[in-house]
Design a protein around this ligand. Structure first.
Ligand code: AMP
Length: 431
């Protein structure tokens, strides 16, 4: 029987997982620089959490959830996103009783039963941040600043931050009414999804990707013309703080999140390189969500970035830093005869104990074949142990990068390889 991975999943093999670790380091560091702390939450939750927290009119809940009944007859769903679980945890642990705001970040696999295509998977990974407990517009700008810092640190320079305000339950109903008036003559032309949205969630028609629907909404009234004073002032301050941070944005009146608990700021980060899957991440303010999920009224804002798309964009825009050129080891120890294997083992342990990565042959290869294999591993240094070397107490050290070879006294070998491999901190940083 030939078993392959399920459709929409992918294996991240070692040559690539090394790049993921590098990306994850950037994500941890960026979030922590802005005062966000990591939460690690379960990959499955009660289905009801997502029905409420993501919204039962959304595509995610209607079509894309991995939902099953467990052996205890509970309805369980593999998490399709990270905001609802973060809100659940915030409420469950009564984090709202502590000093606010609460600034959290998370990363890990998410699951959506979507049609797989380039940049779209059924198991994918997201990094996200959430700031609970403050409605200060400066935090909206800060959340976007984290996102922008991440893409810039990855070496992505071609991107656009799209920004809009979706108002609040005070000002949105009037806009909704005007939008329905405007859209009514086009109802026949909408795609199947938008025909349903028209009654339940008409704002979502504005960001439908179907060409017919896009044509219909071309001259739609802009929500920004209907914002109440509070939402208008909030939006102004968000824009001012973004300007202060030197962050450029594009105002996009079609950027919407249709549900009532989404309020004010909405944003998306678009990358030209990604083609049809152009959004690498998006987010917004959700001042009604925590209450909707059973907590006390608490404002919140956050975003999520798709890590597969982030890495793809970095590889396109900054190939030097993100090409797969991983060497599993720094040092490879070869022996002229098999009888020196014990010497190789003790030397290896000493090298590893000094914090460097080292390996040897395990297939009794000839010296020549060991050298060839060492070359394949990409190890910078090769150490040779032979009869003569052992007798006289030295090792032959070959530098594969500089193509040179020297004899090093046995008691100096660790210091010597350290001086070649361990770079000063400022050089490591520049890499
Ligand atoms: P969303 O939670 O839908 O706003 O998505 C946020 C980001 O997650 C998107 O911009 C994508 O980068 C990523 N994403 C969402 N769905 C998928 C998927 N099925 N496959 C890969 N990445 C995804």
């Amino acid at each position: 029987m030939e078993i392959s991975g399920p459709r929409g999943t992918r294996d991240i093999l070692p040559e690539e997982s090394y790049l993921w670790q590098k990306m994850e380091n950037i994500l941890h560091q960026a979030a922590q620089q802005y005062g966000f702390s990591e939460v690690r939450l379960p990959v499955f939750e009660h289905t009801e959490l997502f029905e409420r927290g993501v919204g039962d009119t959304t595509d995610i809940v209607q079509k894309e959830m991995y939902t099953f009944t467990d052996r205890g007859e509970r309805s369980i769903t593999l998490r399709p996103e990270g905001t609802a679980p973060s809100v659940r945890s915030f409420i469950e642990h009564k984090i709202f009783t502590k000093a606010q705001p609460t600034k959290w970040y998370y990363m890990g696999p998410m699951f959506r039963y979507d049609r797989p295509q380039a940049g779209r998977f059924r198991q994918f990974h997201q990094f996200g941040i959430e700031a609970f407990g403050t409605s200060d517009p400066d935090i909206d700008a800060e959340v976007m600043a984290v996102m922008v810092r991440i893409v810039k640190t990855m070496g992505i320079s071609q991107f656009q931050l799209h920004l809009n305000s979706v108002g609040c339950p005070d000002c949105r109903p009037l806009y909704r009414e005007r939008l329905i008036q405007y859209l009514t003559p086009f109802e026949r032309d909408f795609c199947g999804d938008c025909k349903q949205r028209f009654h339940k969630n008409p704002l979502r028609i504005l960001d439908c990707k179907n060409p017919g629907c896009q044509e219909a909404v071309k001259g739609h009234p802009a929500l920004s013309d209907y914002l109440c004073d509070r939402c208008g002032q909030h939006f102004e301050q968000v824009k001012n703080t973004l300007a202060l941070y030197g962050i450029d944005y594009v105002l996009n009146p079609q950027l919407v999140r249709g549900l009532d608990y989404y309020t004010k700021t909405a944003f998306e980060l678009l990358l030209p390189d990604l083609g049809a899957q152009a959004a690498v991440g998006g987010g917004g303010r959700y001042d009604g969500l925590i209450e909707e999920c059973g907590g006390p009224p608490t404002p919140g804002i956050g975003f999520a970035i798709g890590l597969e798309r982030l890495l793809t964009a970095a590889q396109k825009q900054n190939p030097e830093a993100w090409q797969a050129s991983y060497s599993p080891v720094d040092v490879f120890v070869v022996t002229a005869e098999n009888e020196f294997a014990p010497d190789a083992c003790s030397l290896l342990e000493e090298i590893r104990g000094s914090g460097m990565k080292a390996d040897k042959d395990y297939l009794s290869r000839s010296l020549k074949a060991q050298m060839k294999f060492a070359g394949k591993t990409g190890a910078r240094l090769v150490i040779v142990i032979g009869e003569e070397e052992k007798k006289k107490g030295y090792f032959v050290l070959r530098d594969m990068k500089l193509h040179e070879q020297r004899q090093i006294p046995a008691d100096q070998i660790i210091d010597e390889i350290k001086s070649i491999l361990v770079k000063p901190e400022e050089e490591q940083y520049a890499e």
